[in-house]
Ligand binder design. Structure first.
Ligand SMILES: [Ca+2]
Ligand SMILES: [Ca+2]
Ligand SMILES: [Ca+2]
Length: 169
């Protein structure tokens, strides 16, 4: 009895605290997505026969959530032709309730399978990319990157994207 009553009281206190913070309506975090029109195209060069080309529509794809004012690394991977994979390594920073920034390192891995860790080239776009959490649609424009296979030649990829954020309460 002595042990159960305090537990019930603190559970009730938590319920009241939850109701209070919902009324205050201060976002605790942000959910991130690719903007409509975002894409990644990968061309797997074939010495014999036609190249294998795949375009991935990234529109509204969920990237992940950041709680608090911090930064986090997210990775989006896509593969074409069974051998050319692009990893978009996106470091996202939630600066405050409204302002978000990101940098992206696009890496190409090409080898015997989509799981190859043979790094063949990459492209970087730095911290200048910014966008406001919705409802504002202000952003710094789409990031456009070209990635080429520097070591075995032929394979290449292109991506164009921007992100948006929805407040989390
Ligand atoms: Ca190939
Ligand atoms: Ca192939
Ligand atoms: Ca390779």
């Amino acid at each position: 009895m002595n042990k159960i009553l305090p537990a019930l009281l603190s559970a009730a206190a938590l319920l009241f605290a939850g109701a209070g913070s919902a009324q205050a309506a201060t976002p605790t975090g942000t959910d991130y997505y690719f903007t409509p029109g975002s894409y990644l195209t990968i061309t797997d060069h074939e010495t014999f026969g036609a190249n294998e080309v795949k375009t991935f529509d990234l529109s509204n794809l969920y990237v992940g959530r950041i709680t608090g004012q911090t930064s986090k690394l997210f990775k989006v991977s896509r593969c074409a032709g069974g051998e050319v994979r692009i990893d978009l390594e996106i470091t996202l920073k939630r600066e405050d309730l409204n302002m978000n920034r990101f940098e992206v390192f696009a890496k190409m891995f090409e080898g015997a399978s989509c799981n190859s860790d043979d790094y063949d080239g990459g492209a970087i776009d730095g911290w200048m990319n910014a966008f406001y959490t919705r409802p504002s649609l202000i952003n710094s424009g789409a990031v456009v990157l070209d990635i080429a296979n520097k070591y075995e030649g032929g394979d290449f990829a292109k991506t164009s994207f921007q992100l948006y954020g929805n407040a989390v309460y």
